[in-house]
Design a protein around this ligand. Structure first.
Ligand SMILES: N[C@@H](CCC(=O)N[C@@H](CS)C(=O)NCC(=O)O)C(=O)O
Length: 207
């Protein structure tokens, strides 16, 4: 049994989607970020950065924080959604998500969605980074169905961020390859289920 500490956010959803894809038994525990539960004493013991997601694998008493590390841990433990042949290809797209897609789109949400009108400079910068990211994603997906030759943790890492396209003001219709992939991944039963495991219910956004 795996405990998943999560919230209905892109980083949290990566892990519930992965666990649903794996079909393993897990226990979702809601960390209410609005109520600042991430700063509680108990949660601080397993999350040094006070952020979700975190898993505790009860089978070997292993705690893992950081969504990229959790995806890798689970992929290697169950030998799924990663493979030896395309190992580094998958890893580089996971790292690209962790280092660039998540941080930049997260900033874009701050400047374009939560605090719009406060800084023209930050808004323009965010729009530039967002366009750069989507150009890269679209180019990659123009060559193949998924980020590697088959559905992998790279897709699981990136998809929940693209599901926030409204918050970073992207019209997916302008990125036909991302749109095709987004819709394809949206249909997966594990994605539909994993999208809503903690907190309030949200529909998967339709472009
Ligand atoms: N690099 C981390 C980022 C985690 C992260 O930013 N989590 C957000 C929700 S998506 C969070 O817990 N925010 C609460 C806070 O910053 O107080 C990961 O990928 O796990």
């Amino acid at each position: 049994m795996i405990d998943l500490y999560s919230s209905p956010t892109p980083n949290g959803r990566k892990i519930s989607i992965m666990l649903e894809e794996l079909g393993v038994e897990y226990n979702p525990i809601f960390i209410n970020l609005e109520k600042k539960v991430q700063f509680s004493e108990d949660f601080s013991k397993i999350s040094p950065s006070n952020k979700i997601p975190v898993i505790v694998d009860k089978s070997n008493n292993q705690t893992v924080f950081e969504s990229g590390a959790i995806l890798l841990y689970l992929a290697q433990k169950y030998n799924k959604f990663i493979n030896e042949e395309n190992y580094w290809e998958i890893i580089q797209w996971v790292f690209f998500q962790m280092a660039y897609v998540g941080p930049m789109l997260g900033q874009a949400h701050q400047y374009l969605f939560y605090n719009s009108g406060k800084s023209k400079f930050a808004e323009e910068k965010s729009k530039g980074y967002t366009k750069h990211i989507y150009d890269i994603l679209d180019k990659r997906l123009s060559k193949q169905d998924y980020f590697s030759n088959e559905y992998s943790i790279a897709d699981i890492a990136i998809w929940p961020w693209t599901a926030r396209f409204e918050r970073h003001q992207v019209d997916l219709n302008n990125y036909p390859n991302v749109l095709r992939w987004y819709l394809q991944v949206s249909k997966r039963p594990a994605v539909i289920k994993g999208y809503n495991v903690v907190g309030n219910f949200f529909e998967i956004p339709k472009p």
